[in-house]
Design a protein around this ligand. Structure first.
Ligand SMILES: [Zn+2]
Length: 82
């Protein structure tokens, strides 16, 4: 289980794919080992996700934090290419 902090980004353009979970809900939940938290307020945005789900599942550009309203992108460090 690892905790990762997401990167706060400016509001994406209108054609970007933004996940907007409701308050108290997760943007993504799966069967992996990683937890992603809002880079601003540390709210959990994705839980129990793995590399496959984050990078090779449904594509998205950002997650909007339901708590603080900031847009978060997956940290660059996690972009491994195999
Ligand atoms: Zn937040």
């Amino acid at each position: 289980m690892s905790q990762k902090e997401m990167r706060v980004i400016p509001k994406p353009s209108a054609d970007a794919i933004v996940l907007e979970p409701e308050a108290g809900k997760l943007a993504l939940e799966g069967n992996g080992e990683d937890t992603y938290r809002c880079g601003a307020c540390k709210t959990r945005l994705m839980d129990k996700v793995g590399h496959m789900e984050v990078f090779h599942g449904e594509p998205f550009d950002a997650v909007k934090c339901p708590k603080c309203g900031k847009y978060n992108a997956v940290p660059d460090d996690d972009h491994h290419h195999h």
